[in-house]
Design a protein around this ligand. Structure first.
Ligand SMILES: Cc1cc2nc3c(=O)[nH]c(=O)nc-3n(C[C@H](O)[C@H](O)[C@H](O)COP(=O)(O)OP(=O)(O)OC[C@H]3O[C@@H](n4cnc5c(N)ncnc54)[C@H](O)[C@@H]3O)c2cc1C
Length: 470
């Protein structure tokens, strides 16, 4: 019997295996497919590469504004897909994680097929591997949610985009969350006629309301048809040129059709085939593995980390989970999962990003001040011709610290990282306003927002770095 088996080699599993081995445990890492999981092979890396291509097309169209004459960019989708594959391979080749787990002596079983519990300490895989361990860490991630409506098999997921040989002339994207918004934004830039259907009253429902509204407005302006609150899907049907979606609202039937329908209506836990019941591992009402603050499941020797736990489903959180779960598996449950500042962003056009509380949530529990700076007020955005967007900073009147920040516009995701650092450091807005941020930069907008918040709080900002902008 070995010490620790980790199931799933995405960011959570890789970090868990590395940490367990680093603590001296004899560790095996088993994964169904390739090392790296969703993050490296099917999520952020390929999607970000497509988003970059979309961005390059937009930049190419801007060249004329700066006196550079070129013809209209033409996308060769197969070549772009080749580039995506190249990037995925390159990222994997340059990842030091693989080398790290090898160096630490982790035994890696790649492409081992689906693993399952045979008893609470024994794992067997489809390839016939059978291993026993004192402790087991489940890091099997998630997968796209399926809808039980007739004709669902006619629809695609974001992963199917890699299999297309050309850009579909038209596309319905069902689901206006982070993944749906990215798919809609990217394929709109590539020339598809995109309709984005959102069942909820607004797209990006977990973002600040102003962010949802701004992104929806920008999407509409760029030609995407955004249909919020559209009703309930009844079925999907094959048509001569694609797929028709039939839906109804308030008893009225309607339909929309396109060459391709991409469904992005949420993420469910990857528990199929694991036989969790055999191990006494319980799931919650959404089907995710239930864990306590030590990432321990209902079976005391089994831990879980990453998307499979159904909390913030992002790479940095999966990594932190993997570390905590492995520490507790090897040393005993001593390390709690701390409250963390978690920046979140998406690479749509325009980008959007957030950290901390939305304005509505902050107002429920705090007396707040809100400072907004629009992108058309700052030098760098004007230089670059990227004047659409805003930065909203929310501060607590009592402590003068930052409760949340929301940015829509160019480099929003990068800007929000700086706020996350300021929040993690517990900085007050007047302290932030006094940092001499470089000029002219996108991040400079934060100095201005912090200064405006400080003014509302009657705080003195002695070294007025923002003055170069104001
Ligand atoms: C389109 C898209 C874009 C995204 N963009 C971002 C982004 O920009 N930034 C960000 O931080 N996050 C992003 N994410 C989320 C991110 O990819 C996940 O949060 C992250 O990959 C979770 O890591 P994980 O280790 O928990 O699971 P995964 O990365 O999903 O890895 C789980 C691994 O376990 C394997 N497995 C599953 N079941 C079994 C089994 N029974 N036996 C053996 N192996 C099994 C799987 O095959 C997989 O390799 C995106 C996700 C998607 C879908």
């Amino acid at each position: 019997m070995i010490d620790v088996i980790v199931i799933g080699a995405g960011p959570a599993g890789v970090l868990a295996a590395a940490r367990a081995a680093d603590l001296g445990a004899r560790t095996a890492l088993i994964t169904r497919d390739k090392f790296g999981g969703m993050a490296a092979n099917d999520g952020p890396v390929p999607v970000r590469t497509l988003a970059h291509a979309a961005r390059l097309m937009r930049e190419a169209r801007q060249l004329g504004q700066y006196g550079i004459a070129v013809s209209e960019p033409i996308l060769e989708y197969p070549r772009l897909l080749a580039r995506v594959r190249e990037v995925v391979t390159d990222v994997r080749t340059h990842s030091t994680l693989r080398e790290h787990v090898d160096r630490l002596g982790v035994t890696l079983y790649e492409q081992a097929g689906t693993a399952r519990f045979v008893d609470p300490h024994t794992i067997e895989t489809e390839s016939g591997l059978r291993l026993q361990a004192e402790k087991i860490i489940i890091c099997t991630g998630g997968t796209s949610r399926r809808l039980s409506v007739p004709g669902f098999e006619l629809t695609a997921t974001h992963s199917d985009a890699w299999g297309l040989t050309s850009v579909p002339p038209s596309m319905l994207v069902i689901g206006g969350g982070a993944t749906g918004a990215q798919v809609a934004s990217i394929f709109n830039a590539f020339g598809s006629r995109v309709q984005l259907f959102q069942a909820a009253p607004r797209i990006l429902p977990t973002e600040d309301e102003d962010v949802s509204a701004a992104v929806a407005a920008a999407f509409r302006e760029s030609g995407i048809v955004v249909r919020e609150n559209f009703g309930t899907i009844e079925s999907f049907e094959k048509t001569p040129s694609g797929v028709r979606m039939v839906f109804s609202k308030d008893g009225v039937r309607d339909s929309a059709e396109a060459t391709l329908v991409v469904v992005a209506v949420g993420w469910v836990a990857n528990i199929a085939g694991l036989s969790l019941v055999t191990a006494g591992v319980e799931t919650d009402h959404r089907g995710f593995v239930r864990v306590d603050a030590y990432l321990r499941t209902s079976a005391q020797h089994i831990f879980a980390a990453g998307d499979i736990t159904g909390r913030l489903m992002l790479v940095p959180q999966a990594i932190q989970d993997g570390f905590v779960a492995a520490t507790n598996a090897v040393r005993g449950a001593t390390t709690r999962l701390g409250d963390q500042v978690s920046p979140i962003g998406s690479f749509t056009d325009p980008e959007y990003a957030q950290v901390g509380l939305t304005e509505a949530k902050a107002r429920e529990t705090h007396d707040v001040v809100v400072a907004v700076v629009h992108f058309d007020e700052t030098t760098r955005t004007i230089i670059d011709g990227r004047t659409a967007g805003f930065c909203k900073l929310i501060a607590d009147r009592a402590t003068c610290t930052i409760l949340g920040c929301h940015v829509v516009g160019e480099r929003a995701v990068e800007i929000i990282q700086v706020v996350a650092i300021a929040m993690a450091a517990g900085m007050r807005v007047d302290d932030l306003a006094q940092v001499p941020l470089s000029f002219p930069t996108y991040v400079g907008i934060l100095g201005r927002a912090a200064y405006r918040a400080a003014q509302q709080l009657n705080l003195e900002v002695s070294w007025q770095a923002h003055q170069v902008e104001d």
